[in-house]
Design a protein around this ligand. Sequence first.
Ligand code: NAD
Ligand code: MG
Length: 281
Amino acid sequence: MRTSKIKAQKQKKPGMESKMVPKPEYIRKGYKSSGKLLNKIALITGGDSGIGRSVALHYAYEGAHVAIVYLSEKKDAKETKELIEAQNRKCLLIKGDLSDEKFCKKCIDATLKEFGGINIVVNNAGTHFSERDATKITTEHLKKTFETNIYPMFYLLKALLPYLSKGDCIINTSSVTAYRGSDHLLDYSSTKGAISTFTKSLSTMLAKKGIRVNGVAPGPIWTPLVVSSFDKLDDFGKNTPLGRPGQPSEVGPAYVFLASQDSSYITGQVIHVNGGEIVGS
Ligand code: NAD
Ligand code: MG
């Protein structure tokens, strides 16, 4: 479903994948897996829907068991779990708010308890509030954006680090807005800049241990996050060189590459899955 024209329909319930029209594509038809992540354990935040669901599904196809953290979208999370289990892989669902440090620790503990280890962490949960007038960015939204998008990366890392070893990896979801800026997502794009820099700094910190840290910076991707928070969607993604928004199915494979041995000599880098927009690194 790589339509160049996506007719957006306002969601009845914001943030719900199950209500999206048209439905996003999570994995392309005929995707050929090859056991690249066989029996690895992956923890994916925001794995219930959108890009995170695509990553979870690709990882399951590649043989990994998956723990998914989500805020409140029970129906989406359940559907993702079913998709993973259909691949004969296990899926642990963890519901809660990642801006709470104690909950982040719980996510790591629950994953260790269920699977006995963690090999791949995908920091992907995120939120944004579109606002063109900087004076109208409320302190509440500003804090929520930073507390959701960047703080949990530190919280999870602190709880996680003792259990990571050589060959394991962390992958962070940044955004094209970190590289080209945004006239309506001032606070969000700032958190994404922080995430890209966090990725570089952490990679240098963990390189000696053989733990790799990389990022993915998506452009406009058809997910619940955009549908629930942007007013104007008919032109979404049209100004990219490829002239259309991307599907989650076109982002997931970058996370497979970064989690697998295929990228064993890559750390501290960000892959730009953005429809062809040329940005600096
Ligand atoms: P999405 O709505 O499907 O995923 C975001 C998920 O984050 C939600 O499902 C929710 O469960 C989770 N989440 C939000 N706040 C949370 C909290 N406090 N605690 C726990 N979980 C929380 O949308 P998506 O577009 O797939 O977003 C995934 C990531 O991709 C985000 O980091 C987003 O910034 C990034 N991104 C998206 C686009 C795009 O165009 N869709 C572009 C660039 C970057
Ligand atoms: Mg969701």
